[in-house]
Design a protein around this ligand. Structure first.
Ligand code: NDP
Length: 461
């Protein structure tokens, strides 16, 4: 069967009417534009507020508000509680930051690595990627630890010590990157036919225009910024916060150690399976705008490490049962996360000719069309975890995230931001992905949803 438009039935009619392709945005409402603008200019203040709460109020989210309330909401109180507490810029932080990004960019460019391939883009490209993240992670960590403990070039707590000034420079870089890729999309796009224009500048700034902006054939903005300065930094930030905790109380708490292990497991898994990551929504479907550019440079390093920041300000010694319970939740989550993602990767790579849980894999053969008019085939797996729900991998992620938060005990809300945020992010993704997959696969996606009716939690939703 050859399809003239992606999908069938209603979806096909929609595309026929609008001339748009799956993976491109459909009509962007004014609500979408308003939300994009709010996020575009509001999210730095969210990060700032969390940083400030941790740095100046022992990680209490309520304390700054209480201060203002106790001082009758005067302008002077607002100034004292919030404005005067903003992070200061520093030349040292700027040097550290740019040395870090440049160093990572060089590692990405020069280190050897196998070539992995992404998912077919809506315009029909299958792009090569240099997969050398694990080596970059290893070199970065050896250098950081050797610099701190062998050569004495810096204190291991350096990242913690510069956390405020680094926030200033990370924001500057995040916005610079956002505007740079926005202009690049107009002036020298890498794959012009894989751009997405919504007709609203603020929305395009937020969600990105180019799908895969690149310099040269292999230096990919999205893989680099998603993976390298942000995710490699994640474990270094944790180590530095552990060192700061040691400097403060003379030892490293078991909660901090467990948190470091959980985060490191997640990060190392990411780099060990970097080839797999090329075919996830982040790389395969999201365009590169503020959402990923600023998200990778500010949101990820600052908001994903809130628990380690919390544990410096509020050291927690976990009881052995609490420690074991958190570890069990975390590693169960990790097992689910990895097993579900592996199932999809293996079955897709073997084109369905393999076994899942001792039985031949079951799947729906599908067809879809790229914007060059060519028809392609793929499969939607319906066995194993993918028969339980359409995103069972998200359950694993939520459990890992919960465990990371639970290392901080139950006194404050701030460390639980991560699980709340992950929940919202993943639920939103379920809907985004559903729209995109229905556009791409049409009646095959409807059939898949009929066979696998649950979105995430089997039997519930
Ligand atoms: P998925 O790995 O679920 O990928 C969804 C895509 O897979 C769909 O767009 C479709 O793409 C394909 N697909 C959907 N159903 C099937 C099926 N039955 N059989 C085969 N292919 C299918 O989602 P994500 O990329 O969002 O997540 C990947 C992992 O990353 C998850 O474990 C998630 O929890 C984690 N994650 C972590 C985040 C963090 O910040 N820590 C953020 C986001 C995700 P197509 O058919 O076009 O290939």
């Amino acid at each position: 069967m050859s399809l003239k438009q992606p999908g069938d039935g209603k979806t096909q009619e929609l595309y026929a009417q609008t001339g748009k392709t799956w993976g491109r945005d459909r009509d962007v409402s004014l609500g979408n534009v308003a939300l994009s603008s709010t996020l575009l200019f509001g999210t730095p203040f969210v990060v700032l507020y969390f940083w400030m709460s941790c740095t100046h109020y022992e990680c209490s989210l309520y304390a700054p508000i209480k201060y203002i309330k106790d001082h009758d909401y005067t302008a002077a109180a607002v100034k004292e509680a919030l404005i005067d507490k903003h992070p200061r810029h520093s030349l040292d932080a700027a040097k550290i930051y740019f040395a870090w990004v440049t160093f990572q960019a060089l590692l990405y460019a020069v280190l050897p690595g196998k070539i992995g391939y992404g998912q077919q883009t809506p315009a029909g490209h299958i792009l090569p990627y240099k997969v050398n993240g694990l080596l970059a992670w290893t070199i970065s960590h050896i250098l950081f630890l050797a610099g701190a403990f062998y050569f004495g070039w810096w204190d291991a707590s350096i990242i913690h010590d510069q956390w405020g000034p680094l926030l200033v420079v990370a924001n500057l870089y995040g916005y610079f990157l956002t505007f740079f890729v926005f202009l690049k999309a107009y002036t020298f796009p890498t794959h012009p036919e894989d751009r997405k224009f919504s007709g609203h500048m603020l929305y395009d700034l937020m969600m990105g225009i180019e799908l895969n902006p690149r310099i040269g054939k292999l230096w990919d903005f999205k893989l680099f910024h998603n993976g390298r300065p942000g995710i490699i930094a994640w474990t270094l930030i944790n180590l530095s916060f552990a060192a700061a905790q040691y400097n403060k109380i003379g030892y490293v708490t078991n909660s901090m150690i467990l948190l470091n292990i959980l985060h490191a497991t997640y990060v190392l898994d990411f780099f060990y399976n970097e080839d797999w990551y090329l075919r996830t929504i982040d790389i395969a479907h999201d365009h590169f705008g503020y959402y990923l550019a600023w998200g990778d440079t500010v949101w990820l390093p600052y908001m994903y490490t809130l628990q380690s920041h919390y544990l410096v300000r509020n050291p927690v010694d976990l009881s052995i049962p609490h420690f074991l319970l958190v570890a069990a939740v975390g590693f169960t989550g990790y097992y689910i996360f990895r097993a579900v993602n592996n199932q999809k990767d293996i079955v897709r790579r073997k084109k369905g000719k393999c076994e899942i849980w001792g039985k031949p894999a079951t799947y729906i053969p599908t067809k879809y069309v790229t914007s060059d008019g060519k028809s392609h085939t793929s499969i939607l797996i319906t066995s194993g975890f993918w028969g339980w729900s359409r995103h069972f991998n998200y359950v694993g992620d939520l459990l890992i995230s919960l465990a990371m938060c639970l290392t901080c005990g139950f006194r404050d809300l701030l460390p639980y931001f991560y699980i709340i945020y992950m929940f919202i992010l993943l639920v939103h993704r379920v809907y985004r992905d559903d729209t995109r997959c229905r556009g791409k696969y049409g009646k095959y996606w409807d059939e898949y949803c009929r066979i696998v009716p649950y979105k995430v939690f089997p039997g519930i939703w």
